[in-house]
Design a protein around this ligand. Structure first.
Ligand code: FPP
Length: 234
């Protein structure tokens, strides 16, 4: 735990990538271009991962609420996902980036599910995790985990506890969340990693997602290392 004297290095950072639409609007470009530039920001960040020392970077790519967007925009986002996995998978393998998907991703289009399953298998021995939240909602994740913990308790007579619920979250195998970043100036969690954020530091930056650079993340990690975390203690 942070004593305030020893810098504490972040192991797990999550990002709510917000502001693609506003980035495009400012330039009178279609929203789709904003999302394309958003993918480029993702690519830059993943390429910088080795230098960050992070064990895991989790990105909110598609929320369970994003289905409410116009069909054309949903299609654009799904197509970007297809293209991103296809074009960047060889780099993930080369750079030992282990892909993980959180959320109800198994209910996405069958070709995307197959593509993701293949990418998960091909990156399984990576050393740094890129977790992508797809069709993800934090409340639903907690409800699913609680149901599994309850079924387990009914079967083995154990209790339902913080630990048994946490063990069934999509993130059960990831390090604790240290830092949650949201871009574009909005200050809310939007149903992202609600359970995991319990003791996470939060950073809200005005930068629109397509303008987010590896240097922004590096600065956030430096700031994090200087903060004193108390976890409710003194
Ligand atoms: C928010 O911008 C961003 C999203 C809804 C999706 C984020 C997706 C990407 C960066 C691209 C896909 C990701 C991968 C990993 C391939 P917004 O449209 O809500 O922006 P606005 O609030 O300015 O309108």
């Amino acid at each position: 735990m942070g004593s305030g004297l020893q810098p504490e290095r972040a192991r797990h950072v999550a990002i709510i990538m917000d502001g693609n639409g506003r980035w495009a609007k400012k330039r009178a470009l279609p929203r789709a271009v904003g999302h394309q530039r958003g993918v480029e920001a993702v690519r830059r960040l993943v390429r910088s991962l080795a230098g960050t020392g992070l064990e895991c970077l989790t990105l909110y790519a598609f929320s369970s609420e994003n289905w409410k967007r116009p069909d054309e925009e949903v299609d654009d986002l799904m197509n970007l996902m297809r293209r991103f996995i296809k074009s960047d998978l060889p780099e993930f393998i080369e750079n030992k980036v282990k892909l993980k998907i959180i959320g109800d991703w198994q209910s996405l289009a069958p070709d995307i599910v197959a593509m993701l399953e293949d990418a998960l298998a091909q990156t399984a021995d990576g050393t740094q995790t890129l977790a992508v939240a797809l069709n993800y909602g934090g409340q639903h994740e907690i409800a699913r985990a609680a149901a599994k913990a309850a079924a387990q308790a009914a079967a083995d007579g154990g209790e339902i506890s913080i630990e048994t619920i946490a063990a069934h979250l999509d993130t059960a195998d990831l390090p604790p969340l240290d830092l949650l970043i949201r871009t574009s100036g909005e200050v809310r969690l939007s149903n992202f990693l609600l359970w995991q954020a319990a003791y996470a530091e939060m950073l809200f930056v005005d930068t629109l997602w397509p303008d987010f650079e590896p240097a922004h993340l590096a600065r956030a990690l430096d700031d994090f290392a200087r903060r004193e975390r108390r976890y409710g203690g003194r």
